[in-house]
Design a protein around this ligand. Structure first.
Ligand SMILES: NC(=O)c1ccc[n+]([C@@H]2O[C@H](COP(=O)([O-])OP(=O)(O)OC[C@H]3O[C@@H](n4cnc5c(N)ncnc54)[C@H](OP(=O)(O)O)[C@@H]3O)[C@@H](O)[C@H]2O)c1
Length: 318
């Protein structure tokens, strides 16, 4: 396949890209074009693939010829939602890196001579907003006052508008992705390592999570399985409370986690972004289960064990 990927240089892409392109010494693999703000750095990172001719990096969609024939587009680009407090300026960056970028992708696709068959585009369980203990599947409605709902809603709408007529669109409402060398775990490990891990707020808020390997497997299947289209919750079928997550991670690391961070402290420190930690969604991947997708990691303990066993900076496959 010939695939265009945005956001392919991040934590998910670090596992997805090598799986798609194949090992450097392998004769076959998909041909990938990655849109990135740092093409030279990424070309160095993937130097071993240089001779395969299967991997290239572009810094702008304008660098692509009109007669490129992409079979599929995977759209994952987005500034980190938890990287900086949600000031007005930061919200503009979060919006631009997802919604405006997806709109530009749509502009390019409208001009392209050959249209892809499938667009796989990111979103997040934040689409549902904060809904306490309610079990949410793809049929559920959203708590529409929340910022994460607005951001994901606009991102999903932009992807639908960007897709060529007749193309399948698969929207991934991702839970927190767990894997080695990145994502939430990379932030938590130093804290837990110092014995400073602890429950956030009352600890009852749900965390819907998914292993990075499952994200990759689902994307692979979506590339070829024509029966899959529409919105998919990409979460393992076992969301946990913050207290349970904290207990499980601390136990696996053999570290204490007795602290409790009061909600008021998080609200004071992080402002509106504290909702990411204090509110949650209890999400079920009903459509993936109906499609007989078998999760590689269906319990948190299994996913964490796998990630921790390979937790180095190389971002290897988990
Ligand atoms: N990981 C999770 O737990 C999780 C959960 C829910 C949703 N998601 C969403 O899934 C997507 C991929 O996740 P990830 O964890 O792989 O993300 P990541 O590691 O933060 O990588 C983000 C990617 O987006 C690109 N990007 C960031 N800011 C950009 C900007 N201003 N303009 C253009 N591109 C930009 C980066 O490309 P360059 O720096 O190379 O340009 C990078 O490839 C993200 O959109 C994220 O919001 C992730």
């Amino acid at each position: 396949m010939n695939i265009l990927i945005t956001g392919g240089t991040g934590f998910i892409g670090a596992q997805l890209v090598p799986v798609l392109v194949g090992a450097p010494d392998q004769a076959q693999g998909d041909h990938l074009t990655l849109l990135t703000r740092q093409p030279e750095k990424m070309a160095k990172h993937y130097a071993a693939w240089a001779d395969t001719g299967r991997l290239r990096f572009v810094s702008s969609l304008d660098a692509l010829a009109r007669d490129e024939a992409f079979d599929a587009v995977i759209n994952l680009a987005g500034e980190g939602i938890a990287d900086k407090p949600w000031t007005t300026q930061r919200k503009l960056e979060l919006h631009a890196s997802r919604v405006l970028l997806t709109e530009s992708l749509g502009d390019w696709l409208r001009r392209a001579k050959h249209k892809p068959n499938v667009l796989i585009s990111g979103s997040a369980v934040g689409w549902y907003g904060s809904q306490g203990e309610r079990i949410l599947d793809e049929e559920s409605s959203a708590e529409s006052g929340d910022y994460t709902h607005h951001l994901c809603r606009d991102w999903e709408a932009a992807a639908l508008a960007a897709a060529p007529a007749n193309a399948r669109v698969c929207t991934l409402r991702l839970g927190v992705v767990i894997g080695p060398g990145g994502g939430m775990l990379r932030r938590l490990l130093p804290v837990f390592g110092l014995g400073l891990g602890g429950v956030l707020g009352n600890g009852e808020q749900y965390l819907s999570w998914v292993s990075r390997s499952d994200v990759v497997q689902v994307v692979l299947r979506m590339l070829t399985d024509r029966s899959l289209h529409g919105v998919f919750n990409l979460t393992a079928p076992a969301p946990v409370s913050n207290a349970e997550f904290t207990r499980t991670l601390a136990r696996l690391l053999r570290r204490p986690a007795f602290l409790r961070v009061p909600a008021s402290v998080l609200k004071l420190g992080l402002g509106e972004m504290s909702t990411l930690l204090l509110d949650g969604q209890r999400v079920m991947p009903s459509r993936l289960l109906s499609a007989d997708y078998r999760f590689l990691h269906s319990t948190l303990e299994d996913a964490l064990r796998s990630a921790l066993s390979r937790n180095d900076s190389s971002r290897d496959n988990d």
